[in-house]
Design a protein around this ligand. Structure first.
Ligand code: ZN
Length: 243
């Protein structure tokens, strides 16, 4: 696919929605903790797998261990600022080439890069609340807590408003995301394959014929896209749009 044809498609599109996948987060230097080295280290350190740790069952039964893992392995990553991939998305939104970004990643990288219309299907680590009195807390409150962060008003465990394993995606976010995708002329799937939960959930609402996939890794489901570019997302957006 040529630079000119992608740019033309985006310029002609009345509404363009981005599905921002895990590949963008990895490009940005974040870890899912699931590659073999990381996941081995986590099991050694905590005695549980990442899936067992990032899980509502553990949050409810062993909050001390949950927050130790969450602070050390998840929140420690937010010091890495958003990189070029997200900055290009924000620029594209400003230039009228992107109208909405949908992601399941919880680090708010699109917003931190300047994107305005973002649907965070799994919430973000920046939103924390007391389930009893609804008081909200900044991420620093969790980060600086020594043990289990408690609400000073009612002594309830404060929790991140993220979707842990074993929990349902927030209905309002799901509806908002579906409505965005239904409006889309162009659907840009970035740093993902079409069989990920993000794409599985969202593509069913897409009615157009310009599903464009930009990904580094080939996958058998790529043929379901209308156009495919094999590349890192940041490099593809840079060379295709801004060179
Ligand atoms: Zn409270």
């Amino acid at each position: 696919m040529l630079k000119s044809s992608l740019l033309k498609m985006l310029e002609e599109s009345k509404y363009t929605v981005v599905l921002s996948g895990v590949g963008m987060v990895l490009e940005n230097g974040y870890s899912t903790l699931r590659d073999s080295d990381d996941s081995y280290e986590i099991e050694e350190k905590y005695g549980y797998s990442v899936d067992e740790l990032y899980c509502s069952a553990l949050f409810n039964t062993r909050p001390g261990l949950f927050f130790e893992f969450y602070r050390n392995e998840i929140l420690s990553q937010i010091d890495i600022p958003p990189g070029d991939g997200y900055k290009f998305l924000a620029q594209m939104e400003k230039d009228g080439l992107v109208d909405a970004v949908i992601t399941r990643r919880v680090f708010a990288l699109p917003e931190r890069a300047g994107c305005k219309n973002v649907v965070n299907l799994h919430g973000t680590v920046y939103d924390n609340y007391c389930p009893s009195c609804e008081r909200t807390f900044p991420v620093s409150y969790i980060r600086e807590s020594k043990k289990v962060p408690l609400c000073p008003d009612c002594n309830t465990t404060v929790r991140p408003k993220v979707c842990l394993l074993g929990e349902m995606v927030d209905n309002a976010q799901m509806t908002r995301a579906a409505e965005e995708v239904e409006k889309a002329d162009v659907l840009l799937a970035l740093g993902t394959n079409l069989h990920t939960p993000l794409c599985n959930q969202m593509i069913q609402y897409y009615d157009g014929d310009k599903l464009i996939l930009i990904t580094k890794n080939k996958h058998f489901s790529d043929k379901a896209a209308d156009y495919v570019i094999y590349s890192r997302v940041d490099e593809a957006l840079k060379t295709l749009l801004y060179k």
